[in-house]
Design a protein around this ligand. Structure first.
Ligand code: APR
Ligand code: PHB
Length: 413
């Protein structure tokens, strides 16, 4: 088989890249190791920045998002038994949209199938070859037979444990990593959310988060020990611990219901540099991981592939390589700002095992400053709603519009 771009991974990054390339008339084949059901079974944060929504619109998959997505103009911080709202609209002129990542993935999968371009699912032993030349090749096994894709470019959208980054010669790659000394225990339940907006709670017993998927389905998290196992957390224990970490006015609004899904995830910050190796481009979790506190994972994956799609369009349409040559630097500039914000928000809101009394007092001081200073709250807000995309990721009209939004919001803040 021959195509222009071979995409490895049919998660949000791979599927969105495929959709953007299709709209640009660039042929791509997506190769995925798991089944569609397995991919859809992943429960992940769904807080979309406006720039992510704009990319999904550009990809032609935003109709249900606009119908079912929940617009949020702020979040609430909870500490010392009280709630403090961070007003995104007043501070930045922007908002976020709450729409589960599973639904983003479903919309992208359905669009790709409708275009007659379904990914190759359950591909085994995917391997990457000759991406340091001009005729890279992807090989994989399907139904027992070896298959080969000749292409111009390979997009490594295969996540943290994928084959793409692992195929890069070690001397060519620099990685940066921080593993946090705690995890998140998450529960999905068919229960109405406790508050209209997300609540991030800092408490001596540990962090808690009240999130949502719809008006009838909630997603909750509590910080837990790294060596905790799901079996140690009955539903009753989870609901009790969650409510102990929330202000009374929130705790009493939590509706207890059976856990539809319950899992523990570790927290990690990770960046691989650079994000391009010849004809291989890394995007999304294949290149970087953020702790979920700032809800940046999906948004960074979207901005990576928006930048890559624009660069490939310039290469094929204008015969210009400036975009693909600048890809890594453009993405890493935004990635590192999101890494910083996610680390900062995680360090502020969680009980750090080795923080001591001095560290606890610093957290208290920062929270007091945050809710007492428009400048401090504005810094949180503009990072949470998303910093501007690299200059090339959106069409000219969207760039001008977002720039206008950002400049007018700054003027009014
Ligand atoms: N061959 C083919 N496919 C692979 C391979 C491989 N060797 N290894 C992994 N994959 C597939 C996975 O099965 C998965 O479906 O690549 C896909 C990668 O998807 P994600 O891990 O979701 O990563 P990404 O698309 O970058 O999306 C990032 O997902 O994990 C969350 O928090 C993260 O919200 C962020 C988003
Ligand atoms: C979620 O809804 O799963 C979610 C929301 C916001 C976060 C993390 C997770 O910061």
């Amino acid at each position: 088989m021959r195509t222009q771009v071979a995409i490895i991974g049919a998660g949000p990054a791979g599927l969105l890249l495929g959709a953007l390339l299709h709209r640009a008339g660039i042929a791509a084949v997506i190769v995925e190791q798991r089944s569609p059901a397995y991919v859809l079974g992943r429960i992940r944060a769904g807080v979309l920045e406006q720039t992510t929504v704009a990319l999904l619109e550009q990809a032609g998959v935003a109709e249900r998002l606009h119908r079912e997505g929940l617009r949020h103009d702020g979040i609430e911080l909870a500490f010392d038994g009280r709630l403090h709202r961070i007003d995104f609209q007043a501070l930045t002129g922007k908002h976020v949209t709450v729409y589960g990542q599973t639904e983003v993935t479903r919309d992208l999968m359905e669009a790709r199938a409708a275009a007659g371009l379904p990914p190759v699912y359950e591909a085994q032993g995917v391997s990457l070859h000759d991406f340091d030349g001009t005729r890279p090749v992807v090989r994989y096994r399907k139904n027992g037979s070896l298959r080969e894709i000749e292409c111009d470019f390979i997009a490594g959208c295969d996540g943290f444990h994928g084959a793409s980054r692992a195929s890069v010669p070690a001397p060519a790659l620099t990685t940066h990593e921080k593993v946090y000394p705690f995890g998140w225990l998450g529960v999905l339940a068919d229960a109405p959310p406790a508050r209209d907006e997300l609540v991030y709670a800092q408490h001596a017993r540990g962090f808690a988060l009240c999130s949502q998927r719809s008006a009838t389905r909630s997603r909750y998290y509590v910080q837990c020990a790294l060596d905790d196992r799901v079996e140690q957390w009955s539903d009753a224990r989870f609901w009790d611990e969650l409510r102990r970490r929330l202000p009374e006015e929130v705790a009493q609004r939590v509706t207890v219901a059976p856990a539809l899904e319950k899992s523990i995830a570790p927290l990690r910050s990770f960046v691989a540099e650079p994000m391009r190796f010849g004809r291989l481009f890394l995007a999304g979790d294949a290149a970087h991981i953020v702790p979920p506190t700032g809800a940046k994972g999906l948004n960074l994956a979207a901005s990576d592939v928006g930048t890559l799609a624009q660069a490939l369009h310039e290469f094929y349409a204008d015969k210009r390589s400036a975009g693909i040559d600048a890809y890594s630097q453009r993405c890493l500039s935004r990635v590192w700002k999101a890494e910083r914000f996610s680390w900062w928000f995680t360090s502020l809101m969680h009980r750090l095992p080795d923080q001591g009394e001095f560290g606890a007092r610093l957290q208290q001081a920062e929270l007091d400053y945050l809710v007492g200073s428009r400048a401090a709250a504005g810094a949180l807000a503009e990072n949470y709603v998303g910093l501007p995309l690299p200059p090339s990721s959106l069409r000219g009209d969207e760039q001008r519009e977002l720039h206008h939004d950002a400049s007018s919001a700054t003027a009014s803040a």
